[in-house]
Design a protein around this ligand. Sequence first.
Ligand SMILES: [Zn+2]
Length: 348
Amino acid sequence: MAPADSTGQDLLHTTSSQSDADVTRPRSESSLTSLSPQTAFQFQPSAEVWYNDGTIILVAGDTGFRVYAGILSEQSPVFSELLSEIPGHTPQNATFDGSPLLWLPDHPKEMQYLLKAIHCTRFVVDPELDFNVLCGILHLSTLYRIPHLRLRAILALQHYFPPTLDEWLNAKTSRQKLSASDIFHLANVARTTDASALLVSVLTWCAGQPLDHILEGVTAGPRTEGPHVTHFDQINLLAVLRARPQLHRLAYSTTLQDVFISISCVKTRCLLMKRILGSKLIEGRETDGFLNPLWSYRPLSTLHPQVLCEMCRRELTQSVETGSRCVWEKLPGIFGLECWNGLETPSV
Ligand SMILES: [Zn+2]
């Protein structure tokens, strides 16, 4: 077979619509029941996953994948169950080149990458894969109950959205390569696949986005075939909207407490300058005045000595750092999830 295509340039952002609905669908009710001789050959053989001596042809969308039934059954109890039903359910003419056909309701690109991960040892699920390919593998490996692929997908996606604050800050550069649409999409995938090891970290990023984007969705990039606007699913939307005022309050009370609350230094100049700093921090913010408790507030650590005394500058820097760590520990509860300790080991 041709080498793995890890670009995934046209992988759809369909999770919030088609694919999400599939999560709760019992796999035994797949397209076996909708098979009809009239549609039996309406697919294009995949250029990526088509083994000439394969024993089963899976059809997703308009694409057929000729693979090995024994390997599918060994990897996935869901495939095992589906394949066991074929002799009793498949019409005689629902075959192609001697192989039975099995229709699946999944997106063809997501299925392509799942089957590559199952069949091809050179196809490694790691952060080198395209972000949306990883989302697709997380989605389908969960649906088809393939825990080792689900775990690899989660660990790879934690390259962008890790569970510790230090890693999260270090991953900022990696996240800058992603679009907001990509990340909103991951939030929806993580929610529907119950990938809580990712969800808190992803939702934390989402809660810091402009309110209009949160409410109205974000425009998908030109590489996306699917919907032009990616929205949060309803549960994520409510989680983010509920979290946002809590995060805002923590910015005041915790990360920036040395600006807004502390009176450890009573020098008139310092008190006045902190008041001015506080008003500048609020200026130009979102329409709802949102302050993010996890921003670095780096300019505060480089204030000139004439602005604040040495003690105030030192305390301000420490306030931001220790406050951020305190906020990080509170995040799971803010999003209605378990503590970080329960999230750091991806459940499979
Ligand atoms: Zn001072």
